[in-house]
Design a protein around this ligand. Sequence first.
Ligand code: DAH
Length: 345
Amino acid sequence: MKNEKLQQILKSALEDIAASQTSEDIANCRNKYLAKKSELSGMSSLIGTLPPEERKDFGAEVFQTKSEITRLIEEKSKELQNKELEAKLAKETIDISLPGRELNPGSRNPFYIVKDEMIDIFLGMGFEVADGPEVETDKFNFELLNIPQDHPARDMQDTFYINDTELLRTHTSPVQAHTMEKAAGKPIRIICPGKTYRRDDDDATHSHQFAQIEGLVVDKDINIGHLKATLELFAKRMFGEKREIRLRSSYFPFTEPSVEVDITCANCGGKGCNMCKGTGYIEILGGGMVHPNVLKMNGYDPEQYSGFAFGIGIERVAILRYGIDDIRKFYQNDVRFLHQFKKKA
Ligand code: DAH
C-alpha cells in the first residue's frame, strides 16, 4: 500500500480496535472509521477527482483499507459481544443445587373448623341458619326472653353498653325473639351461630368475646324428648358414637324446665378423672323447653305451641374436641398454634 494517509488511517484503526474493551468502544470505532463523515469516506470521494490512470490503484487501496477495517471491527465486535454475554450468564446463573423454598399454606382456625362441623350436623337434622344483630336492644337481649329490668339473672351477663337501651348481645338467644317475630306464628326450626360479648376479665377460661350456636324449635306437640334426642345426636356426631349425654336440671329465665347437658368424659369414658373433676361428665351446653311467657311475648299461644331451645359455646366445643388449654389461643393468631390444625396432604 502506497498511500500514506490510508496507511495512517489503517494503523490508527488497528490500534483503536485492539484497545476496544466493550461493545460501546467498538461501536465508537465503527462510527469513527466507517461512517459517512469519516476520514476514509472522505478519501473515497477523492477517487472521482483523480486522473483516470491513478484512479484504479487508489480506488483499490481505499477499498482494501475499508474492507480490512470492516472485517476487524466485525470480528472484534463479535468477540466482545460473546464475552459480554458470557459475563452476563455467569452473573445470572441459578444454583439449582439450592433446596427449593417450601410452600407454607395456611390452616383454618380450629374455631371455624368446629363451627362449620356443628352447623353441618344441625343442617343434617333439618335446621335452618338464622341471623341477628350483634348490637342488640335491651328488649331483645333481655326483656323478650323473660328477663325484665332489675332481674337478678342480668348480673351474670354484664356486657358492653352502647347507650341505655343498646348493648353488645350477651348471648345468641335474642335471635329466638327475632325469629319468632318474623315467623309470625308459623313453626320454627333454626340455629344461629354468632358472636356474643360479656364484660369479663380475660383468662384461660374467660373471654370478653366468644361465640355460641343457638337452637330453637317451635311447633305443636314439642316435648323434652325432642330436645334430648336432638342433643344426643349432636353429641354423638360431634364427639363420637360412644358418648352419652345427661340432662341436669338448671335455671334459665327463658326456659322451663331448664337443663344443663353433660357428655361423658372422653378421657376416662365416664369413670371419673382429673379432666372431668372425678364426675365422669363434662358440661357442654344449656337448654330447655321455651318458657310460656317467651312464647306469649313473641306471638305464640303457649296453649297450642311448645318448643325447645339450647345454646352451645363454640369455643367450648372446640376446646373439648382438641384439648385446647386456653380460650385466648383462638384469637391470638399465633401460627405455632394454628399450624397444628393443618390439613394433612
Ligand atoms: N343463653 C344462655 C347463655 O348464654 C344459653 C342458653 C341456655 C340458651 C338455655 C338457650 C337455652 O337457648 O334454652 O348462658
